[in-house]
Ligand binder design. Structure first.
Ligand code: ADP
Ligand code: LRH
Length: 465
């Protein structure tokens, strides 16, 4: 049996999933899971890459214990965050995460170098204040010494791949989320990088998803008990997730639903027009240089944050079930920046309702109901925008990722959008990660047959409009 290991680290949790093909179907085994999140350090919201790497190795060791040694391993994580490495390959500064406030005002600094209109025309990336382009401007403004000392900029999964293999490579799909890659050349836009005054030599050669970058270092082999190839999956988690949408139909609409809700379609050409920019849609780079034309919606982060604040230890399933019994009709604008990193999510939702003269939710169930209903409304508005921009219609929505478990949200999404919702697979990101490794190793023929295999292998629940 040939096993492949996907290490999928989302903003809220990470997991090691072993995959193999049996009788034409993909089989998954979750062998390790760990928590993830940002926490404050020196007044900045940071990730803890050291502890994440310890978890990465602990999960890899599990394969030895189970005597299921993978042929290859690949890591995907959330997008936009990066490390700057000095000449000794040490991380410069705090490992600041995308929800930190350091990017405030950095958009204007960027637009002093290039107008917002030109930036979108060149990169096609939706403006989000936390994109790496704005984070790098924050480094340039507050810690120019880091940029002076930096030899390499690596995106988070590239950094972990480097720690595993000793080889520094930049994977294409995640690189596009920096806002510094050209959708035409699929390479760093060095003119843009020069215009912004970022040191061009820190941006490494870009490799396509599916590239083999090497084996494990001797030190890692000793720790985990085996050697295997390190293969670049679509290292942007959304890039991996969307590969696992179980459909080969032309007009397929998806929501990759986890910490964020990423709603959109796959297409061959990027749309960098003003119309697209005005609707704040993005063209993220995908496997085989396809594009994900989508919108970032604040997503289940709002539920996650609320869950953390409450004293009761409800599960996500319980919160979702409780919300389904409520009748409160208040709606918030999920994409309002006030929900990005509030001190208290429940209070922020309440404040929003108060300020807009709506009923203020008081209980956990009511607050969750407001959030779920607001997400469904946001999905409805986003479909309309995508249909207008693409001139196509979409009769179904594929919901993939952890959020596919949220039955109530699936029901109201079907109700509000008047579309059939097809929910699953839940572990789409890990599956997409595995698909790229399996295609590279010729276990699966190509993306089309891999998507058929996903369709055959996993349960998909249907919710009628
Ligand atoms: P990420 O990869 O961004 O960390 P996941 O894809 O793991 O996120 O999705 C996690 C989210 O899925 C949770 O925040 C939660 O809202 C939702 N979720 C998971 N399981 C359930 C469930 N049983 N019922 C309702 N929602 C769920
Ligand atoms: C989802 C995700 C999304 C990005 C955000 C930073 O996990 O990668 O695609 O926009 O995190």
């Amino acid at each position: 049996m040939k096993y492949y290991l996907a290490i999928d680290i989302g903003a809220s949790s990470g997991r090691h999933i072993l995959g193999h093909i049996r009788d034409g179907k993909m089989q998954l085994e979750e062998i390790y899971r760990f928590h993830n999140g940002m926490s404050e350090k020196d007044g900045e919201l940071c990730w803890d890459y050291e502890s994440l790497f310890t978890e990465i190795k602990a999960g890899m060791k599990k394969c030895s214990e189970l005597n299921k040694i993978p042929v290859s391993v690949g890591i995907d994580t959330w997008a936009v965050d990066f490390v700057l490495l000095d000449k000794e390959n040490k991380v410069l500064g705090n490992t600041v995460g995308y929800r930190d406030g350091r990017t405030k005002g950095m958009d204007q600094k960027v637009y002093e170098c290039i107008s917002e209109v030109d930036l979108y025309r060149r990169t096609g990336i939706q403006k989000q204040i936390f994109n790496s382009i704005y984070q790098l401007m924050a480094v340039k403004e507050n810690h120019p010494e880091y940029l002076e000392k930096a030899e390499t900029m690596l995106m988070v999964p590239d950094y972990f791949h480097y720690l595993l293999s000793g080889i520094k490579k930049t994977e294409y799909t995640n690189a596009t989320t920096t806002g510094l890659v050209s959708p035409d050349t699929k390479n760093w836009d060095y003119d843009l990088i020069n215009q912004l005054g970022y040191p061009r030599q820190i941006f490494r050669e870009i490799k396509e998803a599916g590239s083999v970058i090497g084996g494990l270092t001797e030190e890692i082999q000793k720790e985990v008990g085996y050697n295997c190839e390190v293969i670049l999956p679509a290292t942007h988690d959304t890039g991996s997730a969307v590969l696992a949408v179980p459909s080969n139909e032309e007009d397929t609409l998806y929501i990759s639903s986890g910490t964020w809700s990423l709603m959109g379609i796959e297409r061959i050409e990027a749309d960098c027009s003003s119309n697209s920019r005005e609707h704040n849609l993005t063209n993220e780079g995908g496997y085989e240089y396809r594009f994900r034309y989508l919108k970032n919606i604040m997503g289940l982060w709002m539920i996650q944050s609320m869950k953390k604040e409450i004293k009761e230890d409800y599960s996500f399933g319980e919160i979702c079930e409780m919300a389904s019994k409520e009748t409160i009709e208040s709606i918030v604008d999920c994409n309002n920046d006030c929900f990005l990193a509030p001190k208290s999510m429940s209070e922020e939702v309440q404040k929003y309702c108060l300020n807009t003269n709506q009923v203020v939710p008081k209980t956990v169930a009511e607050t969750a109901a407001v959030i779920y209903n607001s997400l469904a409304k946001c999905y409805q508005a986003t479909i309309e925008e995508i249909e207008e921009l693409t001139g196509r219609t979409y009769g179904k929505i594929h919901v993939i990722g952890g959020g596919a478990n949220a039955e109530y949200l699936n029901q109201i999404t079907a109700r509000d959008t008047k579309r059939t919702v097809l929910a699953g697979p839940v572990e789409a990101t890990a599956i997409g990660n595995l698909m790229v490794q399996m295609i590279q190793k010729k276990e699966l023929e190509n993306l089309e047959s891999a998507r058929n295999c996903v369709y055959e292998s996993f349960e998909i629940k249907k919710f009628d409009a």
